[in-house]
Design a protein around this ligand. Structure first.
Ligand code: ZN
Length: 308
C-alpha cells in the first residue's frame, strides 16, 4: 500500500495544477479519487491528456507505464489509462444501449463506469479481462472498433486503446468522473454476454484481413430487412464487401429463430451457412451455377443440343 502521506502529496499536487485533472470539489473527494485511481497502477499505465484534445502529452506511450503522480507532473487537463486487460464498451448513442440490451448485456452492471457531467447518457463501462480470456483472441486483443454495426457502440480490448477516465472533456465544459459504487475498486471481469461480443468482433475481424483499418460499418451494407432472419428494425445484419452476410442473433430475430437449428452447409432461401458463432450466423449466396463451371461438360452438351 502507498502511504497516506503520498496521497496527501498528490492532493497538494492536484490543487496546484493549472488544470483540474481529477474531478472533485472537496479535499476529501479529491483524496478518495486519487487513492482509487492509484490502484490502477497495479496493472495499467497512466497517460496525461493535453488541454482541449483527447491526445496524450507523451509521444511514446504504450511502452512506459507512467504512475499517476508522474502523469500529473505533465500538468494535463485529463487522465487516461491503458492496459492489455481493459475491455471497454463505450456507449456513444442511445442505439448502442438498445443493441447491447437486445443481446442480454446489462449496461448498468456495476464495474468501472466513466461518465461525463454534461452528457449523463454517454458513458463507458470498463471490465478487467483475465489472461486466460485474452488467450482466446487471435492477437490477444481486438482492433479498435468504432460504431460497431452502426449502433453507436465503440468496443476496445487492446493496450493500444486508451481510456480517458478523469479530468476535463476536450471542450472544457464537461468533466469525466465515476459515480460511487462504479469506481476503480468496483472493476469486474466481463460477464459471458460481454465476452461473446468480443469473440464475435475478433471473428469478424479475422474475416477481414484484407484491410488493416478499423472494423466499422463503412465497409458493409446494412440489410433491411435481413434476407435470412427477416429483421426489419435496428438493422444489425449486414453484408460485407466480400459478399458474406452476417446475420446477428438477437432476442427477437435470428437465423435459427426463423429457420430452426442450423449447421454449416445448410441452405436457407438460397444462402448457405458458412460460419457459426454464438452471436452471429454467416451466410454466402448459394449458387449451384458454380458447379457447372467446375464441371462444364453437361453445359456444353446442352448448348450443343440447343444449336441443333
Ligand atoms: Zn439477419
Amino acid at each position: 500500500m502507498i502511504p497516506k502521506e503520498q496521497y496527501l502529496h498528490i492532493l497538494q499536487m492536484v490543487k496546484n495544477l493549472k488544470h483540474q485533472s481529477i474531478t472533485g470539489v472537496t479535499d476529501e473527494e479529491l483524496l478518495t479519487r486519487a487513492q482509487n485511481l492509484a490502484q490502477l497502477e497495479a496493472f495499467s499505465g497512466f497517460l496525461p491528456i493535453r488541454k482541449g484534445t483527447k491526445s496524450p502529452l507523451v509521444s511514446t506511450w504504450g511502452e512506459e507505464y507512467l504512475s499517476l503522480e508522474k502523469a500529473l507532473s505533465y500538468e494535463p487537463a485529463a487522465l487516461a489509462v491503458f492496459s492489455p486487460n481493459f475491455l471497454t464498451l463505450d456507449y456513444d448513442k442511445e442505439s448502442a444501449l438498445d443493441f447491447v440490451a437486445e443481446r442480454g448485456i446489462d449496461f448498468t452492471l456495476p464495474t468501472l463506469h466513466t461518465r461525463r457531467t454534461d452528457k449523463l447518457w454517454r458513458f463507458k463501462q470498463t471490465f478487467l479481462t483475465t489472461d486466460e480470456m485474452l488467450d482466446e483472441l487471435p492477437n490477444r486483443s481486438i482492433k479498435r472498433t468504432l460504431n460497431y454495426l452502426g449502433t453507436g457502440l465503440d468496443v476496445f480490448c487492446s493496450k493500444k486503446a486508451y481510456i480517458i477516465i478523469d479530468g476535463e472533456y476536450e471542450d472544457g465544459e464537461g468533466r469525466y468522473y465515476s459515480p460511487g459504487g462504479l469506481d476503480v475498486c468496483d472493476l469486474q471481469h466481463p460477464p459471458k454476454e460481454v465476452w461473446d461480443l468480443i469473440l464475435e468482433i475478433a471473428e469478424l475481424q479475422s474475416h477481414d484481413k484484407s484491410s488493416s483499418q478499423t472494423y466499422s460499418n463503412t465497409k458493409s451494407k446494412k440489410l433491411y430487412p435481413c434476407p435470412i432472419c427477416g429483421r426489419d428494425k435496428n438493422h444489425w445484419c449486414f453484408e460485407n464487401n466480400n459478399g458474406l452476410i452476417h446475420c446477428m442473433n438477437g432476442q427477437t430475430f435470428s437465423a435459427e429463430k426463423k429457420h430452426g437449428a442450423l449447421k454449416i452447409g445448410d441452405v436457407v432461401d438460397g444462402y448457405a451457412l458458412v460460419a457459426q458463432i454464438s452471436t452471429c450466423n454467416t451466410f454466402k449466396l448459394h449458387n449451384p451455377i458454380f458447379k457447372r463451371i467446375y464441371n462444364p461438360r453437361p453445359l456444353n452438351r446442352r448448348s450443343a443440343s440447343a444449336r441443333r
